[in-house]
Design a protein around this ligand. Sequence first.
Ligand SMILES: Cc1cc2nc3c(=O)[nH]c(=O)nc-3n(C[C@H](O)[C@H](O)[C@H](O)COP(=O)(O)O)c2cc1C
Length: 147
Amino acid sequence: MKKILIAYHSRSGTTEKMANYLAEGIRIAGNDVEIANISTIKKADQLAGFDGLIFGCPTYHKDMTGGMKQFLFVAERANLLGKIGGAFGSHTHSGEAAPMVFDTMLHVFKMDMIDLGPLNMTEAQMETDEGTKACQQYAKALCEKFS
Ligand SMILES: Cc1cc2nc3c(=O)[nH]c(=O)nc-3n(C[C@H](O)[C@H](O)[C@H](O)COP(=O)(O)O)c2cc1C
């Protein structure tokens, strides 16, 4: 059984909803998952001991949030080299944040990122079954990287 951390930021709850469906997918795949709002993560050692890490951030003003930028500076000190990773986020029309977070995890932290790229869902999709399934399938695909 692998242990996966989902760390997310969410202002109005949609990215948090994605985090919960991703967690469900991880549990269905038989793995252990911890979900944390990034506001609770202040130190790099809080990111230690996980086999995989998934970071989530919504898009505001065509950017990731300020909180996520600060969190990524904390994550930089956690030595995530080679760890399996994924990124996700909710948006309405442009969706810059999830790809930005994904790129930082890939190119700066040099993590072993999921081939699917970031899971970038619209708020409208997350109100349908399609959104639920997309999150669960993304989690399943991430878990398959362990086998
Ligand atoms: C002030 C404001 C600015 C926003 N800017 C963008 C944007 O630039 N691009 C985009 O795709 N969505 C934008 N959105 C929509 C949010 O990304 C969307 O509501 C998302 O689902 C919020 O996620 P959350 O509920 O996890 O906070 C904006 C929303 C607000 C309120």
